[in-house]
Structures are given as structure tokens and as C-alpha cells.
Design a protein around this ligand. Structure first.
Ligand SMILES: NC(=O)c1ccc[n+]([C@@H]2O[C@H](COP(=O)([O-])OP(=O)(O)OC[C@H]3O[C@@H](n4cnc5c(N)ncnc54)[C@H](OP(=O)(O)O)[C@@H]3O)[C@@H](O)[C@H]2O)c1
Length: 238
């Protein structure tokens, strides 16, 4: 009997994470959908009610104890893909040069850069037991040092995503010998609460369904690529 592939996704109560759950569930995957406060996630609850193979779990990705506790409950469970989607833009005002605030920096780094690595470490046995053996991090085009010239501000968010890229790049190197593929994927500019709170008012904004379909395609075809891969399959310079 063929069993469905399994994916664990973080930050599933809204935005891209919610859409990942929807599209993977529609593709027939078993989805472990984590959210910081599942009790306040009506759309995610509705998806789980609709799809038998969606399980909701509470997970604050900035809380190392919560990560360990959740992994402890999944010992022995194979997971094909770990999708680190949860991310925090933070308050724009505390990451403008004149108002830089260390507490805000620490929180954004904890969620965006440390969290995905801690989750990868905690769930590595599950990934190694899976068929596909993939660990994915959702980065941002704003992590690109080459493309930084376009505008200033958002110091902490940008630094955190550049740090995430490096963390995942090192993980790629470290885990390739055990057959794990690590992907660094950028979703494009997508109409979510995060983009709206960034103050961006330009053109080229995608709907979540379009971005997520593209990211899923690129997760499917993921190789041991040392690049940031956009939802279109194009690469973003480091
Ligand atoms: N939208 C874009 O244009 C864009 C572009 C590039 C990259 N991205 C990346 O895409 C990912 C998803 O963002 P989005 O656009 O869908 O934004 P969003 O609608 O703001 O969603 C962010 C998600 O992350 C979760 N999250 C934040 N802190 C968390 C924590 N400590 N523990 C668990 N979950 C936490 C949020 O949960 P709560 O509701 O509980 O806070 C929410 O589910 C992020 O990594 C973001 O950086 C987005």
C-alpha cells in the first residue's frame, strides 16, 4: 500500500502557511500544520475539518522548549518535507536606523533565523526516516545583498533572512552526505499581512495561491542547489 507523503509546515494560521496546508492537502499529502495559537486559527481549523489528513499542532517557532516538546511527540514518525514558513517582519519603526531596538532585533532573529535551524535539528530523525528527505526555509528577496540598493530600512528583517540563508547553506553542506536536500525558497512579493505591514506599495504583488503553487513545484524538483530559488524557479543572487 502506498502511504501519502508527509509534510510539517510552520506558521499555518494565515498567509502563505495556510495556503501551503490547503494545496498540500489537496495534493493528498498528510499535513502536520503548526501554528502559534491554533485556538485562534479558524481558517486552519476549517481546513482540518475538510481534510482528514491535516493535523493541527501548537508551535511557537521562537520557543526552543516548545520545539523539543513537539518533536518528542513525533518520535518514530517519518516526515518527507519540513517546511519552515513562519516568519516575522516586526515593527517597521523599531528597525529604522534612528530607532533601532535590540529587543525587536532579538525576537526577529529568534523567529526567522534560529527557529528554522532548531526545528531542523529537532526533526532530523523524522526527516532521515522519510522518503524525500527535504528541509525547506522560506526566505525573502530582501535577504539579497546584491539587490539591497533598491531601498533602505527593515534592517532586522533583512538581516534575519540573510542569516537564515547562511544557516541553511551550512546545513546543506552538513547534511548532504546523509542524503538530505536543503532548499532556500523565496515566495516573491505576496499579498499577505506581512507584505501589507511592510509599507510596500509598488506593483508585482502576487496572490498567495500563485506563489504557493510555484514554491511547491520548486520543492518537488529540488536538487542539491546552492542557490536561493524564487517561486518561478529563477534564482535570486545572494
Ligand atoms: N508576503 C511576502 O511578500 C513575503 C515575501 C518574502 C518572504 N515571505 C516569507 O513568507 C513567510 C510567510 O509569511 P506571510 O507572507 O504568509 O506573512 P503573514 O501572513 O504575516 O504570516 C506569517 C506567519 O508566521 C507566523 N509566525 C510569526 N511568528 C511566529 C512564531 N514565533 N511562531 C510560530 N509562527 C509564527 C504567523 O503566526 P501568528 O499569526 O501567530 O503571528 C503567521 O502564521 C515568512 O517567512 C515571510 O518572511 C513573505
Amino acid at each position: 500500500m502506498n502511504t501519502a507523503p508527509v509534510i510539517l509546515v510552520t506558521g499555518c494560521n494565515r498567509g502563505l502557511g495556510l495556503e501551503f496546508v490547503k494545496q498540500y492537502a489537496e495534493l493528498g499529502w498528510e499535513v502536520i500544520a503548526t501554528a502559534r495559537e491554533p485556538q485562534h486559527a479558524p481558517e486552519l481549523s476549517a481546513l482540518a475539518a475538510q481534510h482528514r489528513k491535516v493535523t493541527i499542532e501548537a508551535l511557537d517557532v521562537g520557543d526552543p522548549y516548545a520545539i523539543t516538546e513537539l518533536a518528542g511527540r513525533y518520535v518514530g514518525k517519518s516526515i518527507d518535507v519540513l517546511l519552515n514558513n513562519a516568519g516575522l517582519l516586526g515593527d517597521r519603526n523599531t528597525q529604522a536606523f534612528k530607532h533601532l531596538d535590540f529587543n525587536s532585533f532579538e525576537e526577529i532573529m529568534r523567529v526567522n533565523a534560529y527557529g528554522p535551524l532548531a526545528i531542523a535539528r529537532a526533526f532530523l530523525p523524522n526527516i532521515l526516516a522519510g522518503q524525500q528527505k527535504k528541509i525547506i526555509g522560506i526566505t525573502s528577496g530582501l535577504s539579497s545583498i546584491t539587490n539591497t540598493s533598491q531601498f533602505g530600512n527593515l534592517y532586522f528583517y533583512r538581516m534575519s533572512k540573510t542569516a537564515l540563508n547562511m544557516g541553511l547553506r551550512v546545513l546543506q553542506v552538513e547534511l548532504r552526505e546523509v542524503g538530505v536536500k536543503v532548499g532556500i525558497l523565496a515566495p516573491g512579493m505576496v499579498d499577505t499581512r506581512l507584505l501589507r505591514s511592510s509599507g510596500y506599495q509598488g506593483s508585482g504583488v502576487l496572490q498567495v495561491s500563485q506563489s504557493v503553487a510555484g514554491v511547491i513545484k520548486n520543492i518537488e524538483r529540488l536538487s542539491q542547489s546552492a542557490e536561493i530559488i524564487l517561486y518561478t524557479g529563477e534564482t535570486v543572487p545572494w
